[in-house]
Design a protein around this ligand. Structure first.
Ligand SMILES: Nc1ncnc2c1ncn2[C@@H]1O[C@H](COP(=O)(O)OP(=O)(O)OP(=O)(O)O)[C@@H](O)[C@H]1O
Length: 260
């Protein structure tokens, strides 16, 4: 479980995060949802330590992360897997080398055979058992995301952060990537945090959702109650999407959204 309290962050005197609290539970996917520029990525970067909050505290399973000793921070960092927006694979490395990379960095005691066994396992888990020798330039966007997920989970991560995992993907591939992240979260009891503005992801995998608006968390709840709130900014965001408007109509008329 990750807990954040009163997170503030400004850039050049402009306050981007204005005091955010939240709990990210183990074995669940928590979505940071909101329009462009509301501070989702900045919050994610603060939580993983890529940015330093101006104020506030962050704990990982009770261990303080903010303002802690470097070695204690690194102990937590070793348990963090990241899936970056553009997948951020190393272009000059094969798929196998990309997935092996964090193992070399984080688990120097592993033998090469052990590393290869883990790479095989992770690539198989994301459905890419035949891609070891391919270069990133030979992969589709969805395959790159899968390699990114394999690389993130390779060192047995306890916490998984995904920054817009669906960006640049077609709707069907997006759903598959969402499902993969969701299954992995449940299978390995990972605490997963996903930055998104994709309403499909909300419906598919939103165990818990925090809606950010203008640097504040203005709503939180689950996919089951997101359509029934009185929060104006959230409603404006959700129902800008015509499919969501249709889903709401069906729900209001007593129908089942799954049958839409
Ligand atoms: N390193 C930085 N220096 C200065 N300003 C920044 C920096 N990073 C983010 N910002 C600003 O913080 C605000 C929030 O950015 P952020 O990337 O968190 O938005 P977001 O909600 O993730 O948007 P999107 O969905 O478009 O990715 C923006 O106004 C952005 O310009």
């Amino acid at each position: 479980m990750i807990e954040i309290h009163n997170i503030h962050k400004s850039f050049n005197g402009v306050e981007v995060l204005k005091g955010i609290d939240g709990v990210f539970e183990t074995g669940k996917t928590t979505l940071l949802l909101g329009a462009s520029g509301t501070g989702k990525s900045v919050l994610l970067q603060c939580i993983v330590g890529l940015l330093k909050p101006d104020l506030g505290s962050i704990t990982y399973d009770g261990k303080v992360f903010t303002n802690n000793r470097l070695d204690l921070k690194q102990e937590i960092r070793r348990k963090i897997g990241m899936l970056f927006q553009g997948s951020a694979l190393f272009d000059s490395m094969t798929v196998q080398e990309n997935v092996e990379f964090p193992l070399k960095m984080l688990t120097p005691d592993m033998t090469r055979d052990e590393r290869m066994e883990r790479v095989d396992f992770c690539l198989k888990r994301v459905g890419l058992e035949a891609a070891h020798k391919k270069m990133p330039s030979e992969l589709s966007g969805g395959m790159k995301k899968r390699v990114g997920i394999a690389r993130a989970i390779a060192p047995n991560c306890t916490y998984l952060f995904c920054d817009e995992p669906n960006s640049g993907l077609d709707p069907l591939t997006s759903i598959k990537i969402d499902e993969l992240i969701y299954e992995i979260t449940k299978e390995y009891n990972i605490t997963t945090v996903i930055v998104t503005h994709d309403m499909n992801s909300v419906i598919e995998i939103g165990d818990h959702i925090m809606f950010l608006h203008d640097g504040l968390k203005v709503w939180e709840g689950s996919k089951d109650n997101i359509m029934d709130t009185n929060v104006k900014d959230l409603n404006n965001f959700i129902f800008a999407n015509s499919l969501m408007r249709a889903a709401k109509r069906v729900e209001d008329e007593g129908g089942e959204i799954d049958k839409l």
